[in-house]
Design a protein around this ligand. Structure first.
Ligand code: C2O
Ligand code: CU
Length: 491
């Protein structure tokens, strides 16, 4: 391998590429003017989680699901110590942040993994406000429950609202000892292509809380026809647990407010393999941000979130009890939370608000707010990444080559770079770029994760202004883990 390890233990880039701990990285960090320290301690640990009437053994941050929220203020220096109490090496990645490269948390590329029993001090400037999240960049650990929201507040932000609700969606997939995801991977590798846990069983799960509600109901007939995710997931993949903020639909979280309150909802899809169609019964959603960056406000009845995507919406809430439903796209299973401003019975777990079938907004319909629009410029360089592979062989890759940590697509500081994703597979993929935000088309929103539909090409542009080695990958954790992942290297 061309990646070797220097005296500090950090990965050093192959000759000709900027090193994650090189002077260019330090200089970029100094330009962010790191401010006062915000100290946080986070523990990754094996634990028992209560999903609402059902307890499971799994992995989490700080004994809870989602993990303890990290909240800081724009300009802060985040000083977060991660203690690894897991039986495996882990890492911490800050999804969406343009941060210093040697804190990006990609083992073997930007730093070494944090060994069991060890800890790592992350320290970096928070240079952009918004809704982000954090998760390991180690195999499919994220899917075991290792994720947490990260909110960077901007005291000068013009939005006015009465309350804020952070809503984290997850297709929780684990079996107690952490073995299920590997079993799933093995299955994928063998070409069986299924992830139906009813055939694995969930060893060690507390079955005292009632029978599980597997997603075995008939698919909604219209879903295939109306879903923008043409083709959808291959096969009828049944994840038993669709969660909002770590809660099952049978025991949902209830968020209380007063009628007339303006609520900011920060939606985060932390799922490993599921796009969610989200709607709030009886209400329209006013979208204000996606992936941390403001957009020209647009109203919609439903939103589609691929894995890794975030949307901030404003809602002026009516009087009553309303389901916030996140439908697993193309399936009949949903995650649920409840917004309550008055009396009335809680919605049934099977409720499907009509808004789910109403106007559906996807990122391509949004425009960036003028303050964050990427100035028009012809690209200096185009990096072409063809999404290749398929479910049968689980040979997901870019340009037919599975992930090789020693391979880099070069970019140079100061360039306007175009990433051109051509999807030659029969599935959709949420592609994600580390350390930067890209523009989705000329006036399009600034994002770090975007859905590429089957048979289409998506071009996104970004300014190469953050030196280092940065991952580009599909945010379906099974696709990235089996090879749809690569590295952009500043040279
Ligand atoms: Cu959330 Cu490399 O990603
Ligand atoms: Cu993918």
């Amino acid at each position: 391998s061309a990646v070797n390890h220097g005296p500090t233990g950090q990965a050093i880039a192959p000759a000709g590429f900027v090193s994650p701990n090189g002077p260019e990285v330090a200089a970029a960090e100094a330009r962010r003017r790191p401010g006062p320290e915000r100290k946080v301690a986070l523990t990754a640990t094996e634990t028992t989680l209560d999903l609402g009437g059902r307890t499971v053994r799994s992995w989490a941050y700080g004994d809870r699901l989602p993990g303890q929220e990290v909240r800081a203020t724009l300009g802060d220096t985040l000083a977060l110590t991660l203690a690894n109490h897991l039986p495996q090496p882990t890492s911490l990645h800050w999804h969406g942040l343009a941060l210093r490269n040697d804190m990006d948390g990609v083992p073997g590329v930007t730093q070494e993994a944090v060994r069991p029993g060890a800890s790592f001090d992350h320290r970096f400037a928070l240079s952009h406000p918004g809704t982000y999240w954090l998760h390991p960049h180690s195999g499919v650990q994220q899917d075991r429950g290792l994720y947490a929201p990260l909110i960077v507040e901007d005291p000068k932000e013009p939005l006015r609202y009465d309350r804020e609700w952070v809503v984290v969606l997850d297709d929780w997939l684990d079996g107690v000892d952490g073995s299920t995801p590997d079993a799933v991977l093995a299955e994928l590798a063998k070409g069986m292509g299924g992830m139906d846990h009813s055939s694995h069983g969930m060893p060690g799960m507390d079955m005292g809380g009632g029978t599980p509600t597997p997603a075995t109901g008939p698919s909604r007939m219209l879903m295939g026809a109306t879903s923008p995710l043409l083709g959808g997931d291959a096969g009828d993949v049944a994840h038993p647990f669709h969660l909002v903020n770590g809660r099952l639909p049978s025991a949902p979280e209830t968020f209380t407010a007063k009628p007339g309150d303006r609520i900011r909802i920060r939606l985060i899809n932390a799922g490993g393999d599921t796009a969610y169609r989200v709607a709030l019964g009886g209400h329209e959603l006013t979208v204000t941000h996606t992936d941390g960056f403001p957009v020209e406000q647009a109203t919609t009845q439903a939103l589609l979130l691929g894995m890794g995507e975030r949307y901030d919406v404003l809602v002026t809430v009516k009087d009553g009890v309303f389901p916030l439903t996140a439908l697993a796209e193309g399936k009949n299973a949903a995650a649920l939370a409840v917004l309550r401003t008055g009396g009335g019975a809680a919605p049934d777990a099977s409720v499907r608000p009509a808004e789910l079938d109403g106007r559906l907004l996807t990122a391509g319909q949004l425009k960036a707010d003028a303050s964050v629009r990427l100035p028009a410029k012809a690209p200096d360089r185009t990096v072409r990444l063809e999404l290749t592979g398929g479910m049968a062989k689980a040979d997901w890759a870019f340009n037919g080559r599975r992930y090789d940590p020693a391979q880099r697509y070069p970019v140079a500081a100061g360039e306007r770079v175009r990433l051109e994703f051509r999807n030659s597979t029969s599935m959709w993929h949420p592609v994600h770029l580390h350390g930067h935000s890209f523009a989705l088309g000329a006036d399009g929103p600034r994002k770090d994760t975007a859905i590429v539909l089957p048979g289409t090409t998506l071009a996104v542009d970004f300014d190469a202004d953050n030196p280092g080695l940065w991952m580009v990958h599909c945010h379906n954790v099974y696709h990235s883990e089996t090879g749809m992942m690569t590295v952009l290297g500043y040279h």
